[in-house]
Design a protein around this ligand. Sequence first.
Ligand code: 4NP
Length: 155
Amino acid sequence: MISVLFVCLGNICRSPMAEAVFRQMVREAGLEKQIRVDSAGTGGWHEGEPPHRGTREILETRGISHKGIRARQISREDLDRFDIIVAMDNSNLAALRRIADQTSADLYLLTDFIPGTDRTDVPDPYYTGNFEEVYELVEAGCRGLLQRIRKQEGI
Ligand code: 4NP
């Protein structure tokens, strides 16, 4: 079993979108038993809330389930419990590195998995309002991540 945790700031816009999109891709590939998927925020202001309306709408129009997803704040234990931790932007990555110290988890940016892109950050739609742009980056990043895992794990 390989585990993936997507991380953003509030865990209501970007990382729950990535969780839902990636879970759907994993399901379509028949790999639910091999790949575990979750998301969390570096901040805890929205703890217990469902995804932001903008994220829900983007997912619903594409038939992607967000059932049961609720915001939670990342804990130090998450860094040991997950194999691959994927930050949505450089500020999330810096926050993760501050709490990571001796973690064995591998820390990445989502854009690391988008071939040929010059983007490094998934812009925060909580401020930009642009959920479409987030979806396009999330979709491309999740596709690249799944390919990478399948190749590495031989699954
Ligand atoms: P997210 O967006 O990190 O993509 O979930 C945000 C959601 C809430 C806040 C900031 C960013 N906030 O400050 O409450």
